[in-house]
Design a binder for this molecule. Structure first.
Ligand code: NDP
Length: 276
């Protein structure tokens, strides 16, 4: 379990990744994303999660540069979008992302969604980028167990990460158990359920007990479950608040109470039925 904002988890290829970072989905390109990234880096974040689909890689790159934090201290993730999949298209999409970000390499590149009949070819492109040293680690997002099994049966490099929707209303027990067995790190998207779970009475009760906010209780639960977290905020005070979760601990009983809120409820689409 990580013990501070810069603490790392070791991925299955030996690369160390911060267990906590900033997400930037729906953050507008330009000053908004530049300020979010700079605020996060100023307050100790070292990991940023973007994607070509978010259309803000240029601003993320600017924020990184203006922060003055040395590149080697940072962990930058991007993702190949659905209409960029396939072998050649993915290689091209990667170069475009790198170019927009103004970086020489990525730390992590993910397949954003398992586009049927394409994700294996996409993966071969990721393997090539990895072999060439253009990216330090490669992984997937929104893969169910059957997608992971299918990919792993037919590839050379194992994904280091599966980034899936994960919060107390969607605890992903099946994917989590499979990933633990296979040494694939689980990473949570929408770890705060996009702010739609903050008024749950169990969570607010615990928040009151510990003198923390509901968001902090939820994120602490994620940390204690060894899941990598990338909460999004454009507000500096919430960026600080979300990372201020290393001075208290939930008991085993409280962890179970929060996990017991699971309803297998998604804010996003099911990876078996998304619109390709
Ligand atoms: P989150 O669960 O991180 O919630 C973000 C929302 O919660 C925002 O509206 C934010 O508002 C609000 N919020 C943040 N902190 C607090 C707080 N302390 N108290 C109250 N409200 C708060 O949702 P996301 O969907 O953004 O997920 C996080 C990241 O995961 C994304 O940004 C993206 O990087 C990644 N992601 C990946 C997906 C994938 O398919 N791989 C899909 C979706 C997300 P405000 O900004 O105004 O503070």
């Amino acid at each position: 379990m990580i013990n501070n904002i810069q603490d790392t988890v070791t991925l299955n290829n030996g690369v160390k990744m911060p267990g906590f970072g900033l997400g930037v989905y729906k953050v507008e390109d330009g000053d908004t994303v530049v300020q979010s990234v700079k605020a996060a880096l100023k307050h100790g974040y070292r990991s940023i999660d973007t994607a070509s689909f978010y259309d803000n890689e240029t601003g993320v790159g600017r924020g990184i540069k203006e922060s003055g934090v040395p590149r080697e201290e940072l962990f930058v993730t991007s993702k190949v979008w659905n209409d960029q999949q396939g072998y050649e298209n993915t290689l091209k999409a990667f170069d475009e992302s790198l170019d927009k970000l103004g970086l020489e390499y990525l730390d992590l590149y993910l397949i954003h969604w398992p586009v049927k009949d394409k994700y294996k070819e996409t993966w071969r492109a990721l393997e090539k980028l990895y072999d060439e040293g253009k990216v330090r680690a490669i992984g997937v997002s929104n893969f169910h167990v059957h997608h992971l099994q299918d990919l792993m049966a037919d590839s050379n490099v194992k994904p280091v990460i599966d980034q899936v929707e994960y919060h107390p209303h969607l605890t992903q027990t099946e994917v989590k158990a499979f990933c633990e067995k296979e040494n694939i790190q689980l990473e949570a998207w929408s770890p705060l359920k996009k702010g739609r779970i903050l008024d749950d009475p169990t969570i607010s009760g615990l928040a009151e007990k510990y003198g923390k906010s509901p968001a902090q209780v939820i994120l602490r639960w994620g940390v204690q479950n060894n899941v990598v977290l990338i909460p999004k905020s454009v507000n500096e005070h919430r960026i600080v608040e979300n990372a201020d979760i290393f001075d208290f601990a939930l008991t085993d009983e409280e962890m179970k109470q929060i996990s017991g809120l699971n309803k297998n409820e998604r804010t996003g689409t099911n990876p078996d039925s998304f619109d390709e």
